[in-house]
Design a protein around this ligand. Structure first.
Ligand code: ARG
Length: 463
């Protein structure tokens, strides 16, 4: 057995692990992603041991220098350790340290367990990834605002039940997704707060047996606080669930965006065009230009939900405190972070390669009786109770359908047979421009409100 692979717990055993068991048990092939985080935490731990006088300053310096050298080797060549053999990243690092500095390396694990060690390294890794995810969400937000700005005055139909409902500014549609992503930023921020708590010092389960100043170690690692109970410290994976559930909602939003855009890019809608750079063709049908990128955005949502559910199921029913089941936390979070990372990068690129076919969208917004509510509101403004106005306009719509025209294409005589309150000024009220302008309450689609919302969104991003 190579030295890399020597177990941390060999003393009590007289026989080596079965090969299949080892393959089943080992996590190094995936948890090596925690390498830098675990070395960083080990450096802070060694400093803590030294400050407490548990190891001498020579020993402390030797351990810290050895660990830093390992970090350098890994940063110079990302694949440096990729094929090494080890049970997990923690035993790997300890073995490498001993190889590098000799017996002093055997002191690094004083006063800690892999149980508090893995929780600490995992939280450090997650914290940095959350920051990266928030940056990527911002990138998509910026792309949405740019798309809205490229088509400032454009109008599209808004849908309910996927039936044309009322006209809205295209920018208003863009800003709806901006709002969703803002909540995602907030949710990841909250997940970060719960992630950025240091379990190191919890030991295996009962707390460390050495007088290490946990506050100082936490400060060195940039943690905002300490876990307050050792049983909870080593077994809390709520932060991983927080991350995976924030990721699930993020993917819900990207998936809904994708679905809207897939529909809008279809010949039937024809509202948007995706550039060639983000479209694919068919191997058989020469005419096809497919929105594969958007479909993948929608399709990758399922695995992110799956990861969240896998984590919840893994934790449910676990007796306190650490159980090996918990080793399953990493792949769920790694896959989630990888999936949302590429999805966000793709979403930004897709939006940057999207253009609105303003005329087609406007025509769709101007036909199909999307101004029926405006006619009802017009009657209400002239004193008619809304319920009666609704009924009246319903009849007018039926009449227009029979005539094969829009409400605003009916002659005044045709319209006023439904109510004598309808006068010449009705045509102005039925125009697309008045329909938009009328929705001027906060959150509405009037050009003025949307201009403000766009500016507010911009300044939020610039902060
Ligand atoms: N590789 C383990 C994990 O990811 C950490 C080691 C703790 N193992 C143990 N037998 N106490 O959870």
């Amino acid at each position: 057995m190579s030295d890399d692979k020597k177990q941390l717990w060999g003393g009590r055993f007289t026989a080596p692990p079965d090969e299949t068991f080892a393959e089943f048990n080992d996590s190094f092939r995936f948890d090596q992603r925690l390498f830098a985080a675990d070395v960083t935490a080990s450096i802070a731990h060694a400093n803590g041991l030294q400050r407490a006088g548990i190891i001498s300053s020579e020993e402390g310096n030797s351990i810290v220098d050895g660990l830093k050298a390992l970090l350098n080797e890994a940063s110079e060549n990302a694949d440096h350790f990729a094929t090494a053999k080890a049970e997990d990243v923690h035993s790997f690092i300890e073995a490498k340290l001993i190889e590098k500095i000799g017996d002093t390396g055997r002191k690094v694990h004083t006063g800690r367990s892999r149980n508090d060690q893995v929780a600490t390294a995992f939280r450090l890794w997650c914290r940095d990834e959350i920051d990266a995810v928030i940056e990527l969400i911002r990138r998509v937000e910026r792309s949405l605002l740019d798309l809205a700005t490229r088509h400032q005055d454009a109008v599209i139909p808004a849908y309910t039940h996927l039936q044309r409902a009322q006209p809205v500014l295209f920018a208003h549609w863009c800003l709806a997704y901006f709002e969703m992503l803002e909540r995602d930023v907030e949710r990841f921020g909250q997940a970060r707060e719960r992630t950025n708590v240091m379990p190191l010092g919890s030991g295996a389960v009962a707390g460390t047996g050495f007088p290490i100043d946990r506050e100082a170690v936490a400060q060195e690692l940039g943690f905002d606080g300490l876990s307050k109970n050792s049983l909870d410290g080593v077994s809390d994976r709520d932060f991983a669930v927080d991350i995976c559930s924030a990721a699930s909602l993020l993917m819900v939003h990207l998936s809904r965006l994708a679905e809207d855009m897939i529909l809008y890019a279809s010949t039937e809608f024809g509202f948007i065009t995706l550039s060639d750079a983000v479209s694919s063709g068919s191997s058989l049908m020469p005419q096809k230009k497919n929105p594969d990128a958007l479909e993948l955005l929608r399709g990758k949502t399922g695995r992110v939900f799956g990861n969240a559910l896998a984590l919840l199921t893994m934790i449910k029913g676990l007796p306190l405190a650490y159980n090996k089941d918990m080793q399953e936390d990493k792949e769920a979070v790694f896959d989630t972070i990888d999936t949302i990372g590429i999805s966000l990068r793709a979403a930004a690129v897709i939006l940057n390669n999207t253009s609105l076919n303003a005329e087609a969208a406007r025509n769709a917004a101007a036909t199909g009786y999307l101004n029926a509510t405006d006619l009802a509101d017009y009657l209400v403004a002239k004193g008619m109770p809304f319920r009666i106005a609704h009924e009246t306009v319903g009849k007018a719509v039926l009449f227009a359908i029979e005539k094969g025209c829009e409400l605003n294409e009916l002659e005044l005589g045709g319209l006023s047979q439904f109510s004598e309150l309808i006068e010449e000024d009705v045509y102005e009220r039925l125009s697309l421009a008045s329909s938009l302008a009328a929705r001027s309450a906060v959150g509405g689609t009037s050009p003025e409100r949307v201009r403000e919302a766009l500016a507010a969104a911009r300044s939020k991003l610039e902060k």
